[in-house]
Design a binder for this molecule. Structure first.
Ligand code: UT7
Length: 341
């Protein structure tokens, strides 16, 4: 007779937190003037239209794996944890140029993490916030204990540097956090969604299937219908931000920091205006010297705010990522500790 008391219930955590944060920006700084050597534009136009002054470009061999290993080790240091305490590695990136094998197990083995669950997640510039929701829910469900989440992109390898609609917007970099159990709830519920009808507004061209069919070995590059994406982001993300606040019964007066995806300073300003954010709320401005690093942008912007004192660990921050797909995701968080690096 089978025992009826068998239970599949897991030992789960009620609450989760980002326990530590690490970041990596490649050493090479690329100015607007350098970008303008290949496009008909100017430093002044780029700064006025996007807020960007500089970006970091990785060396070709500085892949998402290389950047992710450094950011992840710094996140572990910040959390005061070691590799043996991690059981799952999750990488959010759209620029893993070697898709097989994927990045997470490669990063895990380089860090000496023994046989973790390891997978990659693709959600464009909204990748980090998607990953944070998945990591938090895996810990709450008891499926994982401590997760290393890496968000980053090596955009420079996939850009057409002669395309003045996209060449100046992007940069490279990665951030990482450890997500684990916590006495207090420090990661709020996610609000996410997508509008696939507008999917072609940010795309790879030619696609891999077009290359195979046509035997056109032209190097694929990112193409973006900038004004359409701008309109979608600037005018829809205020509403999404209000849904995130409502999901945790929080008002803008409770916030310490606003950390949106660093896509364009003007998009940030429209959302700030639409939310009527009080002046006491610190607003991320990492786009100025880092540009848009896609899935790296939110952890890198968090890192800058903590490093420069614009915000401090424990502060209540509103995160919101948006981009290709078109997809978005965001949540309220308590900011984590930063590594000494
Ligand atoms: O991370 C994923 C999500 N991505 C985004 O959220 C990006 C959203 N889009 C944007 O940030 C903006 O659309 C851009 C910064 C990419 C472009 O700014 P814009 O204000 O939307 O410019 P536009 O494309 O509407 O062009 C305005 C003018 C045009 O000239 P006319 O027709 O007014 O004479 C363009 O030909 O600026 C011209 N232009 C440029 N001029 C100098 C377009 N690109 C450039 C350029 N340099 N690079």
């Amino acid at each position: 007779m089978r025992c009826m008391s068998v239970s599949l219930a897991s030992t789960h955590a009620t609450n989760t937190a980002m326990l530590g944060l690490g970041a990596y920006r490649p050493a090479r700084v690329v100015s607007n003037d350098e970008v303008c050597e290949k496009i008909d534009s100017s430093d002044e136009w780029i700064q006025t239209r996007s807020g960007i002054k500089n970006r970091h470009f990785a060396e070709p061999e500085e892949s998402i794996v290389e950047m992710g290993v450094i950011a992840a080790q710094r996140a572990l240091d910040a959390a005061g944890m070691t590799a043996d305490q991690i059981d799952t590695v999750l990488v959010a990136s759209s620029s893993t140029f070697t898709q097989v094998p994927h990045s997470a197990p490669q990063i895990a083995v380089r860090l000496g993490i023994d046989k973790p669950g390891s997978f990659d997640l693709v959600a464009g510039c909204a990748g980090f916030c998607h990953g944070l929701a998945v990591a938090s829910d895996l810990v709450k469900a008891g499926s994982a204990r401590n997760i290393l989440l890496i968000g980053g992109d090596q955009m420079s390898l996939g850009l057409d540097m002669t395309d003045r609609g996209s060449a100046f917007i992007f940069g490279d970099g990665a951030g990482a956090v450890v997500v684990g159990p916590s006495e207090e709830a420090k990661i709020g519920p996610v609000v996410w969604g997508s509008d696939g009808e507008q999917g072609a507004a940010i795309r790879q061209e030619p696609s891999w299937s077009d290359i195979v069919i046509s035997e056109d070995y032209r190097r694929p590059a990112l193409q973006m219908e900038g004004p359409s994406v701008f309109r979608w982001a600037a005018f829809s993300m205020g509403k999404v931000a209000r849904q995130i606040l409502a999901a945790s019964n929080v008002t803008v007066d409770d916030l310490d920091a606003f950390i949106p995806h660093q896509a364009n300073q003007r998009i940030t300003e429209v959302i700030v205006h639409s939310l009527k954010l009080p002046e006491t709320v610190a607003v991320a401005d990492d786009i100025v010297d880092t540009a848009n690093t896609s899935a790296g942008s939110i952890p890198l912007a968090m890192e800058k705010m903590l490093r420069t004192g614009q915000a401090k660990p424990g502060d209540l921050a509103l995160l919101i990522g948006f981009g290709s797909g078109l997809t978005y995701a965001g949540q309220l968080v308590r900011l984590p500790r930063l590594s000494a690096e």
